[in-house]
Design a protein around this ligand. Structure first.
Ligand code: ADP
Ligand code: MG
Length: 225
C-alpha cells in the first residue's frame, strides 16, 4: 500500500520558490487503479515522481508497504525504485539508436541479469504487447502507439508491483490510446497497482478511482460506481 501524509514539495527558495505539492494526504491500496487529473502545473508529475522515489518530498511522510521511505539512503532508494516501480512517460523515453529488444533489456543489464535471460524476458514482454514482429526495429521506425507499447514492455521487465504512468496516451491518436489502455487494464487485472496521470476523461474512465489535483493539492476524489 502507498500512504502519503501531509506531503509537500517546494522547488527553489526565497522569492523564486514554487510550491508544487501542498499538504497532500492520500492512500492507494495495493492493486488499485487510480487516475490523477488536474490542470497543467497542478503537481501531478511531481506527485508521481515522489511516489516513484525519483524525488524526495520537502516535508511530509511516505510509507510504501509500511516502510518509511524517507528513512532510506540513496542506494536503498535506487534499489526500491528498480524493484518496485515501472515508469511510463508521455514521450516514451526510448533510446533512439537501440532496437526495441535492446531498449527493453536495458533495465536488466543494470540489474546484472545474464544475457540469455535478458533476451528471453525482453522477447516475452514485447510479444505480450504485440511487438514480436518488431524486435529489431529502432524507435524512430515505429508508430507512437508501438513505441509506447515497447516502453510498457521495458517498464515490466523487472516485474514491478506499481506502474506509474505520466500522460502515457498524451501523444497518441484515439485508437492507439485505447490499445494502450487495454494493456493497462490487463496489468491491473494481474494485481498490479497503477497510478496514471491523464488530461482525458475517456482515459481516466479506465481507472477505478480519480484523484483531482489543483494548485498542488487534492481537491476532489471520485470513485467509479
Ligand atoms: P503537472 O504535472 O500537473 O503539470 P508539475 O508537477 O509538473 O505539474 O509541476 C507543478 C509545479 O511545480 C509547476 O508550477 C511547475 O512549474 C513546478 N515545477 C515542477 N518541476 C519543477 C522543477 N524541477 N523545478 C522548478 N519548478 C518545478
Ligand atoms: Mg505533468
Amino acid at each position: 500500500m502507498i500512504k502519503v501524509i501531509g506531503l509537500s514539495k517546494v522547488y527553489g527558495s526565497g522569492p523564486a520558490a514554487v510550491t508544487a505539492l501542498n499538504n497532500v494526504t492520500v492512500e492507494i491500496e495495493t492493486g488499485e487503479f487510480v487516475a490523477v487529473m488536474g490542470p497543467s502545473g497542478s503537481g501531478k508529475s511531481t506527485f508521481l515522481s515522489i511516489l516513484g522515489c525519483l524525488e524526495r518530498p520537502t516535508s511530509g511522510q511516505y510509507y510504501l508497504d509500511g516502510r518509511d521511505v524517507s528513512s532510506l539512503d540513496e542506494d536503498e532508494l535506487a534499489s526500491l525504485r528498480n524493484r518496485q516501480f515501472g515508469f511510463i512517460f508521455q514521450t516514451f523515453n526510448l533510446l533512439p539508436r537501440y532496437d526495441i529488444l535492446r531498449n527493453t533489456e536495458l533495465p536488466l543489464v543494470y540489474a546484472n541479469a545474464g544475457r540469455k535471460e535478458r533476451r528471453a524476458r525482453a522477447q516475452e514482454l514485447l510479444a505480450r504487447v504485440g511487438l514480436a514482429h518488431r524486435l529489431k526495429h529502432k524507435p524512430p521506425a515505429l508508430s507512437g502507439g508501438e513505441q509506447q507499447r515497447a516502453a510498457i514492455a521495458r517498464a515490466l521487465v523487472n516485474d514491478p508491483t506499481v506502474i506509474l504512468a505520466d500522460e502515457p496516451t498524451g501523444n497518441l491518436d484515439t485508437r492507439s490510446s485505447h490499445e494502450i489502455m487495454k494493456i493497462f487494464t490487463e496489468l491491473h487485472r494481474e494485481g498490479r497497482t497503477i497510478v496514471l496521470v491523464t488530461h482525458e476523461p475517456d482515459i481516466a474512465r479506465y481507472a477505478g478511482r480519480i484523484l483531482l489535483f489543483r494548485d498542488g493539492a487534492v481537491v476532489g476524489e471520485g470513485l467509479k460506481e
